[in-house]
Design a protein around this ligand. Structure first.
Ligand code: UDX
Length: 437
């Protein structure tokens, strides 16, 4: 099929390359010329494991074209809209400027029979509204919503082999046309038995925010238990293992620590609360306010813990922060808990050095006043306390003996419960973690 992808960020770039890998002819469009140039040269514009190899593979087939010229989408049978929906500056609601503009601009190049497919996360009701925009501008063209569930760090795998594929389709005869077109797009993954759910537009929009709300709630639940463990002298990692053995609960997403961040979970639960309020159903998701509050309290607690181990005063102390991205295997620093804690410590007078394997450039752009160090051993040198805030593999594999020869004080705060407490205490370290004695 001939497919267009509008917006080539973490979602769109991976989607465009993956669609080409599935055998489709793809044109990707973005307003950012630097991003387009990088992709045209087969280089990922951000860090995502496996994307470089995928781009090299599909570039050789000639099936992926990228451009800043929106008119290049002409003739595509299916147009995927993958632009961002960040939190609005003036409140919790989602900023729909980019989605609205993308679809409005797209209609100038659209023909009857073509299908616009939204993948961006939007407040429920948006798709019905945009379907009307498309129908009015181009009679015979349709709009569907096909939410994306990819995780950064696993984006290629999640796109090519998702847990499920959801289509939100319009009512009436268009439902058949749209479903058939999407079945053709996803023929290869569907043939492997991946479940497909066809729903109306509002259900598809809600599936995405409901999934992210559940995941955020699960993380905040275990972090609330961590708060209890801290005051009761219990151990949240053992608690998570024990409850996680119950298949109804499950151990995944029960890692207590500094909590969730990134470009999705925080803004999606806030936009959900804002939209529910508009619909008069705010009470139904009021608990998400608590989920958000628990999450932010972990960052505050981390700073308190740093103060405790630094003998009650942070001012002038040398603190090494390991990790700036919101999660390992990503260079994304949007709402990163690690970078937030680093900034809070710096504001309180600590001399903070931040290390990250991939996210330093993005972190510097967001927090230019922090000190960054690309060499891990140089970053650790002379530290009064080391804070592990994003659990990259290379931090989990650190040798406590070796690190002990570099720092000023053998004090480590494990913000992700990612290290072996025994290994570090045996090497003479003071080891403290969130949710553990
Ligand atoms: C999330 C959803 O998982 C994905 O389905 C959706 O499409 C986009 O949002 P992502 O933001 O890439 O994906 O990251 P995810 O792996 O979900 O982690 C989110 C945050 O939660 C990270 O900051 C991570 O460190 C934190 N986390 C995750 C925990 O604190 N504990 C856990 O047990 C799991």
């Amino acid at each position: 099929m001939r497919i267009s992808v509008i917006g080539l960020g973490y979602l769109g770039a991976v989607h465009a390359a993956s669609m080409a890998k599935l055998g489709h002819d793809v044109v990707g469009v973005d307003v950012d010329a630097a991003k387009v140039d990088a992709l045209a040269a087969g280089t990922p514009p951000f860090y995502e494991p496996g994307l470089g190899e995928l781009l090299t593979e599909v570039s050789a087939t000639g099936r992926l074209q990228v451009t800043t010229d929106l008119s290049a989408v002409r003739g595509a049978q299916v147009h995927f809209v993958c632009v961002g929906t960040p939190q609005r500056a003036d409140g919790y609601a989602a900023d729909l400027t980019y989605v609205d503009a993308a679809i409005q601009n797209l209609t100038a190049h659209l023909s009857a029979g073509e299908i616009v497919v939204g993948k961006s996360t939007v407040p429920v009701g948006t798709a019905e509204r945009l379907a009307e925009v498309v129908r009015r501008a181009v009679p015979g063209a349709h709009l569907a919503w096909n939410p994306e569930f990819l995780r950064e760090g696993f984006a290629v795998q999640d796109t090519l082999s998702p847990d499920r594929i959801v289509y939100g389709v319009p009512g009436g005869e268009a439902a058949v046309t749209v479903t058939a077109a999407l079945d053709a797009v996803y023929e290869a993954p569907l043939s492997t038995g991946i479940p497909r759910i066809v729903s109306d537009l509002p259900t598809a929009e809600l599936v995405k925010v409901a999934a992210n709300s559940f995941l955020a709630t699960k993380i905040s639940f275990i972090n609330a238990m961590a708060e209890l463990c801290e005051v009761a002298g219990a151990d949240v990692t053992q608690l998570a293992d024990a409850i996680g053995h119950d298949a109804r609960i499950g151990r995944r997403f029960l890692n207590a620590g500094l909590g969730f961040g990134g470009g999705c979970l925080p803004k999606d639960i806030r936009a959900f609360m804002a939209r529910a309020d508009e619909l008069g159903a705010g009470e139904a998701v009021a608990f998400l306010g608590e989920v958000d509050a628990i999450n932010i309290r972990r960052r505050v607690r981390m700073v308190e813990l740093a103060r405790e181990v630094l003998d009650g005063s942070i001012t002038g102390k040398r603190v090494t922060v390991l990790g700036a991205s919101f999660k390992p295997d990503s260079d994304d620093v949007r709402d990163s808990p690690a970078l937030d804690v680093a900034a809070r410590l710096s504001e309180l007078g600590a001399v903070v050095t931040v290390h990250d394997p991939q996210a330093i450039d993005n972190a510097r752009a967001k927090q230019p006043r922090l000190h960054y160090e690309r060499d891990l051993e140089a970053a650790l040198a002379g530290a009064d306390a080391v804070l592990l805030l994003t659990e990259w593999r290379q931090y989990r594999d650190l040798d406590p003996e070796r690190v002990g020869t570099l720092v000023a004080q053998r004090t480590i705060l494990d913000g992700r419960n990612a290290l072996s407490r025994t290994a570090w205490t045996d090497a003479g370290w003071q080891y403290r973690a969130l949710g553990r004695r």
